[in-house]
Design a protein around this ligand. Structure first.
Ligand SMILES: NC(=O)c1ccc[n+]([C@@H]2O[C@H](COP(=O)([O-])OP(=O)(O)OC[C@H]3O[C@@H](n4cnc5c(N)ncnc54)[C@H](O)[C@@H]3O)[C@@H](O)[C@H]2O)c1
Length: 247
């Protein structure tokens, strides 16, 4: 594939966990992957993994809680590389607390990274995608946004809002060949879930029909499909990848 034909995919939260797996997978699929997170060193390690395997990657450190920085990141990347084919909004944080104890800061931190950054990145990706009359946006939500979770009103609100954002944007951009979909992971084995106690993990597993935790690669495979040409007739969809937990 010539450089000019190579698709550009921007993945946020690509330094570890699900985002790292998505980045590796999209690179394997042939895209030039723009890796975004705060820690440049960790991103460089992921970029090395990609280039060692024959793929191509670019490191772009950015704090997704800073809306102006997110705007510059997406706009700047599309300008620098001349295109933006795929945007994967994956970066996310949790600040769990029962609602009566939840501080404004815990609400704001989660909403800024998990929702506002998604809005800003989508807005800035829209122009280059509309100009190209094609594009793929994949937003990582959570089953918690669909069914709720005690102790996570901030996180669940942001993730539920992503579903509304995804469907609304899919309606806005559909006629111009841009698809917008969401993936809702269940409990996936990553650093984010490693903090859960063994008893909580066991009670969760009891509710998962497939009887095991998911892996980051399970999410990456779904994102890869949604980002591919084969998914051309799917938009505004939310795909649960949760072992059946939220059905
Ligand atoms: N792990 C799960 O079980 C699970 C379940 C449902 C949804 N999700 C969602 O999947 C996504 C990835 O989760 P994960 O488990 O890989 O989490 P993780 O904590 O392992 O990784 C999160 C990534 O986001 C990045 N990030 C966080 N704050 C950032 C900021 N301010 N600026 C830039 N980057 C930032 C981190 O550096 C990291 O690369 C999140 O949106 C999460 O809500 C995860």
């Amino acid at each position: 594939m010539s450089e000019a034909e190579q698709k550009v995919a921007l993945v946020t939260g690509a330094s570890r966990g699900i985002g790292r797996a998505i980045a590796l997978r999209l690179a394997k699929d042939g895209a030039k992957v723009v890796l975004v997170a705060r820690n440049e060193e960790k991103l460089a390690a992921v970029a090395k993994e990609i280039t060692d395997a024959g793929g191509s990657a670019l490191v772009k450190p950015c704090d997704m809680s800073d809306a102006a920085a997110v705007k510059d990141l997406v706009k700047g990347t599309a300008k620098e590389l001349g295109r933006l084919d795929v945007l994967v909004n994956n970066a996310g944080i949790t600040r769990d607390n029962l609602v009566m104890r939840m501080k404004d800061q815990e609400w704001d931190d989660v909403l800024n990274v998990n929702l506002k950054a998604v809005f800003v990145a989508c807005r800035e990706a829209t122009r280059p995608m509309l100009r190209a009359r094609r594009g793929r946006i994949v937003n990582i939500t959570s089953i918690v946004g669909l069914i709720g979770n005690a102790g996570q009103v901030n996180y669940a609100s942001a993730k539920a809002a992503i579903v509304g954002l995804t469907k609304s944007l899919a309606k806005e951009l559909g006629s111009r060949g841009v698809t917008v979909n969401a993936v809702a992971p269940g409990y996936i084995e990553t650093d984010m879930t490693s903090e859960l106690g063994e008893d909580i993990k066991k009670s969760l597993l009891d509710r998962v029909p497939l009887g095991c935790l998911g892996q980051s690669d399970d999410i990456a495979a779904t994102v890869s499909f949604l980002a591919s040409d084969e998914a051309r007739y799917i938009t505004g969809e939310v795909i649960r990848v949760d072992g059946g937990l939220a059905m």
